[in-house]
Write a protein that binds this ligand. Structure first.
Ligand SMILES: Cc1ncc(COP(=O)(O)O)c(C=O)c1O
Length: 583
């Protein structure tokens, strides 16, 4: 593979031109390049941002937000609806809202409101805190605040400050009757539905839109002054780039979605002879997913087949070891499967003997290492063959290295752990070289679930990711892409790792590089995450100090040494929660 390797090979291996949607590609230096406005002439080399963040003392993991990309998404979604409306001759307007549950970070919400200004783009709030935040940043009287979810009196009172209130589709018929009895028929103006997040199949969207439009029309005919039809969220993101109805993808484009929403509402309303409503949509992930990239440093890898010295055999070594070494030595393309099966038998025998106490740990380790070398050789022999047996494919997966990565799946990739959602993940540099290893990713939590072993693929799901062997002393950075929706705000405190460091990048023609870092948001410190679980920093220091004092008194520690320990402890409380490699 490496002889004919070039940048287009990397682009196709990681499929970046498909899931990247014109925002990401690989440049001639072999680094991932970001085009926040889909224009080649305003592009950013991701490694330059990483270098700048390092120079400013930022540690990894690091979230990089491209604010211009976020603005571009807001504009693109709004323009898609505007052009669908004018193409169809629809006789009303589109007024979208951003559901802030998808990313509540103030800088993200403010950027969206700002970019959405010309389109009267509003906000959707699903809880009291979200509503209180939304009311504060919502200044355009022509844009909407949509309030969803269950409500108590306070929520309704706060919502009425904004004078807009939506009800769910399921309540509409009963609500209509009730409102009429109370003389409030004109309070019902909006129909809202939400089929779910990340709807991969456009057929589902079309059917739901037609049904809701029918509700809307019937309610209008029942005497309510109906004005708005809110089609909820669900507009997909093509995480794997396959453009299919697979969960991590979508079988439609944004333009198709907008055209289908507009056309189906118009068709139903025309047949029912009711005026066209203002169309609202609450697409969240389609707006924010692309703008943020998580950069994670991989600091080591565990390979199954290692150690040439294992082939030196001593007289005291067991016969099984000599046998498996012989199997490996005599392997060729013709006998590969037979030799593999013999090696498997020896590995199983070694396991049984170990369990009975008849084999020492060192010999077991040697036998297993040589077994993995045999396996590696079989996989190599089968490479490029037209038919590769299933057992060899399984071996290839089992042979994958484990790349140790300084991050927490539970903090930064919760949807992957909880829902199996796939995100595009790839090295962000060295792509001028062919990746020479395949691996899975392991995080630094002490949890067996803290790993990534499912990766995007055009046909299916891949169990390993092509990666480069890590060179000692050189950092190896992986990018986790399309991370801006939900992952930022759903991360939990498993192992108390907390929020990661963050930089916000803006394009700027006046800068030599064409961009600058506007804001740095520091991630959680050890002290801050501890305080969230009722550990008071000062109390902790007091407790450790009393132990240190006792150790000095009983001559277990010298005073100098004791003070150094205490200082280290205090420094630890102020430090970043993730591993610090002292850069
Ligand atoms: C009521 C409502 N609207 C909008 C959204 C946003 O959905 P998405 O991010 O898939 O567009 C959600 C999220 O599930 C939701 O519950």
């Amino acid at each position: 593979m490496s002889d004919s390797w070039d940048i287009p090979s990397a682009v196709s291996l990681y499929n970046i031109d498909r899931w990247g949607s014109g925002y990401f590609t690989i440049n001639r230096s072999g680094n991932v390049q970001v085009m926040p406005t889909q224009q080649d002439d305003s592009s950013i080399d991701l490694m330059e941002v990483i270098q700048e963040a390092r120079d400013r003392g930022m540690a990894f993991p690091l979230v990089i937000r491209f604010q211009d990309l976020l603005r571009h998404r807001v504009e693109t979604v709004n323009r898609a609806f505007q052009s669908a409306i004018s193409e169809a001759g629809y006789k009303s307007v589109y007024k979208g809202v951003f559901p802030i549950k998808v990313n509540q970070l103030r800088e993200v919400v403010e950027e969206i409101i700002d970019a959405g200004g010309p389109f009267h783009f509003g906000l959707e709030a699903g809880s009291k805190p979200e509503l209180i935040a939304a009311l504060a940043v919502h200044r355009d009287p022509e844009s909407l605040i949509i309030c969803n979810g269950y409500k108590d009196q306070t929520y309704v009172k706060i919502a009425l400050l904004g004078r807009k209130l939506g009800l769910s589709t399921a309540d509409l018929v009963a609500a209509s009757q009730y409102l009429k009895e109370e003389g409030m028929a004109d309070a019902l103006r909006l129909v809202h539905f939400h089929v779910g997040s990340q709807v991969p199949d456009i057929g589902v969207v079309k059917r739901a839109v037609r049904e809701a439009a029918r509700f809307f029309a019937k309610l209008a005919k029942m005497g309510h002054p109906m004005e708005f039809l809110d089609v909820g969220g669900g507009l997909g993101v093509d995480y794997d780039g396959s453009r299919t109805a697979f969960d991590s993808s979508m079988n439609y484009t944004l333009q198709e979605y907008a055209r289908d929403v507009v056309y189906n509402i118009m068709d139903v309303c025309d047949s029912e002879k009711v005026p066209h409503p203002t169309i609202i949509s609450e697409g969240g992930r389609a707006i924010v997913a692309h703008h943020s990239v998580l950069i994670v440093e991989s600091f080591g890898s565990i390979e199954k087949a290692t150690g040439d010295q294992l082939f030196e055999i001593k007289e005291s070594d067991p016969k099984l070891l000599a046998d498996i070494i012989e199997i490996h030595r005599t392997m060729n393309k013709q006998n590969r499967m037979e030799n593999l099966h013999d090696a498997q038998q020896i590995k199983e025998q070694a396991q049984s003997m170990f369990e009975l106490g008849l084999l020492d740990l060192e010999s077991k380790a040697k036998i297993e290492s040589i077994y993995w070398r045999v396996a590696e050789a079989v996989v190599d022999f089968c490479r490029g063959m037209r038919y590769v047996p299933e057992e060899v494919k399984e071996l290839e997966i089992a042979l994958g290295d484990q790349y140790l990565c300084n991050f927490s799946v539970f903090q930064s990739l919760l949807d992957h752990w909880a829902l199996g959602q796939l995100f595009p993940i790839m090295p962000v540099h060295h792509l001028q070289r062919a990746p020479d290893r395949n691996g899975t990713l392991v995080d630094i939590t002490c949890d067996s679930d803290g790993k990534v072993n499912k990766f995007i693929d055009l046909q299916d799901v891949k169990e390993t990711l092509p990666l480069h062997r890590i060179r000692p002393g050189e950092p190896y950075y992986l990018g986790f892409f399309l991370m801006g929706a939900y992952q930022d705000i759903m991360g939990d405190l498993h192992n108390l790792f907390g929020r990661v460091n963050e930089v916000h990048v803006f394009l700027d023609e006046d800068e030599d590089s064409g961009w600058y870092i506007e804001e740095i948001i520091e991630g959680s410190t050890v002290g801050s995450v501890l305080s969230l679980t009722q550990w008071d920093k000062n109390e902790l220091i007091r407790l450790v100090k009393s132990q240190v004092d006792a150790a000095i008194k009983s001559d277990r520690l010298k005073p100098n040494e004791a003070m150094r320990l205490l200082n280290e402890y205090e420094r630890g409380l102020r430090g970043y929660t993730y591993l610090d490699f002292g850069k």
